[in-house]
Design a protein around this ligand. Structure first.
Ligand SMILES: Nc1ncnc2c1ncn2[C@@H]1O[C@H](COP(=O)(O)OP(=O)(O)OP(=O)(O)O)[C@@H](O)[C@H]1O
Ligand SMILES: [Mg+2]
Length: 488
């Protein structure tokens, strides 16, 4: 998973180097500060020479200014990097979604899919930015502080080192739990989105059956599930924050006592003591940092995991190697011992064979659910036959490139889907670059001419979501006009 994640940095090497370099430099400056204080207390204070004290203060100011600049760079350009990666991931996910076959959508809820593209990737940018640099800087300052502590006073450093492993263990342990928890939360949010999507989409049905209470109960269940998952997360968060705080204070108290003892004994200078206390802070910061980002890391990691799972779904229906482009089909359609079922155990079409000549008009008649729509869905490869073959102009439809095959075929289905835009946009969907005159002509042929003329906004009339502002017949006609425009 780490390698897959790292691959996303490749196009942003320079940005990453800038961000990373500044973060590391800033971390190094943080390490130097306690030593400067130690020298200040031990050397400059006893001499009491104001020239040197002012000079030291000036130098410190310069260092702080530099560090401010570094932090500003890390904050802004680091996030630029993060959001670039997040945007790229979202683009990829959307492209992938577009390639997934009908079969995949049959088994999915829209709300869950929306979540894949939004919520799941929300925290990725944050992690992409903070992830590598935080880990590196944390390790660097941790080891650096450790070395410096041993340099200042080995015995005191040993005391600090004994307490650290316990804290690390706690922090890492809770991190794992949080990741699991966030994964659960993403599922809950998906369920939740799906519920809202259905209730809003089906609002007319809900009201027609006066089933608002029923919907309220279903929603309350998902809402409560989400609440529970979030509460679990907050409980874990409270535990981490408290443990972390307490760990730090304990360490400080112990060092304070032990340090005081060493100072009294004369093996530690006052400056060394102050410097050491500051070093303890630097030493502990990486742990604290890890704990602080524990909130965003697990979210990001859980999101990235789900993102990868999503990308791993095979599109199934794709171009064969060496697929043929077809410019203009003659229109000979053949079914050759075709077998197909949505569920392999329940075949819908069984050894079906037929030939349709170019220019021939054929009507399929049969009871509802007999498989008429299914039969037609095999020609543009919305689904692939399980056995036998479907041919167009004598060649298996699987030998054509998908895009060119589908350009040959116009489908007006029973349930028409209109986009929530204007009449013009919906008809032009048949051929995006169509001219105004062509759109009007297509609508005239679909017997929509009178309608357009009677509307005050004409072609710019907004049809509402899924075309709710049109009658059922008008919706069908818009779908037909689309096909006239596509004109396969
Ligand atoms: N996406 C799908 N997933 C699973 N099963 C499906 C799917 N679409 C249709 N079916 C099933 O396949 C069978 C054939 O459906 P199909 O839509 O082809 O019927 P039809 O002949 O077009 O019926 P109608 O005249 O009612 O439109 C039905 O039993 C239906 O339940
Ligand atoms: Mg049908």
């Amino acid at each position: 998973m780490l390698r897959a994640f790292a691959a996303y940095y490749a196009p942003h090497k320079r940005l990453f180097a800038l961000d990373f370099g500044c973060a590391v430099l800033s971390g190094a400056l943080a390490l130097g500060f306690p030593l400067a204080v130690q020298a200040f207390v031990d050397r400059l204070l006893p001499q009491g020479e104001w020239f040197w004290i002012l000079l030291a203060a000036g130098a410190l100011l310069v260092v702080y200014l530099v560090n401010t600049g570094l932090m500003a760079i890390v904050t802004y350009w680091g996030h630029v990097l993060g959001i670039a990666i997040e945007t790229e991931m979202r683009r990829k996910a959307f492209d992938h979604l577009q390639r997934l076959p009908h079969r995949y959508f049959d088994g999915q809820k829209t709300g869950h899919l929306v979540g894949r593209l939004t919520k799941d990737l929300e925290e990725i940018g944050e992690v992409a930015h903070h992830g590598p640099e935080d880990v590196f800087v944390a390790v660097m300052t941790f080891l650096g502080a450790l070395a410096l502590m041993f340099w200042v006073h080995p015995q005191l450093a040993t005391v600090a080192v004994f307490i650290a492993p316990l804290v690390i263990w706690l922090v890492v342990g809770y991190g794992g739990k949080l990741t699991a928890n966030w994964e659960a939360q993403f599922d809950r949010v998906g369920a939740f989105n799906a519920r809202i999507e259905e209730t809003v989409g089906g609002a007319r049905v809900v009201r027609a059956f006066a089933n608002e209470d029923h919907e309220r109960r279903l929603f309350a269940r998902d809402n409560a599930g989400y609440r529970r998952a979030k509460l679990d997360a907050y409980r874990l968060m409270a535990a981490t924050v408290s443990i972390n705080y307490l760990g730090m204070r304990l360490l400080q108290v112990v060092i304070l006592l032990a340090g005081a003892w060493y100072v009294a004994q004369g093996s530690l200078t006052i400056g060394g003591f102050v410097g050491f206390l500051l070093l303890i802070n630097v030493f502990y910061q990486p742990l604290e940092k890890v704990a602080a980002v524990l909130e965003s890391y697990p979210k990001g990691i859980a999101g990235f995991k789900r993102y990868q799972e999503f990308l791993a779904i095979e599109p199934e229906i794709v171009d064969r190697p060496g697929a043929v482009e077809i410019a203009r089909a003659k229109g000979a359609v053949g079914f050759d011992a075709v077998r197909f079922g949505y569920d392999p155990k329940r075949p819908v079409l069984l050894d079906l064979s037929l030939e349709i000549a170019p220019g021939e008009t054929v009507a399929f008649v049969g009871p509802s659910g007999a498989g008429k729509t299914t039969l037609l869905a095999l020609v543009p490869r919305f689904y692939d036959a399980d056995g036998g073959r479907v041919t167009l102009d004598g060649l298996d439809v699987r030998d054509y490139s998908l895009a060119s095959l589908r350009r040959q075929i116009g489908v007006v289905s029973q349930d028409v889907f209109l986009f929530a835009g204007s009449l013009r946009e919906n008809v032009a969907y048949g051929r995006l670059e169509a001219s105004e005159a062509e759109i009007v002509e297509a609508m005239r042929r679909a017997r929509l001419g009178d309608l357009v003329e009677s509307l005050p906004d004409g072609l710019d009339t907004i049809v509402g979501e899924r075309g709710v502002r049109l009658s059922g017949g008008q919706k069908q006609r818009v779908a037909i006009a689309r096909i006239f425009l596509k004109n396969p």
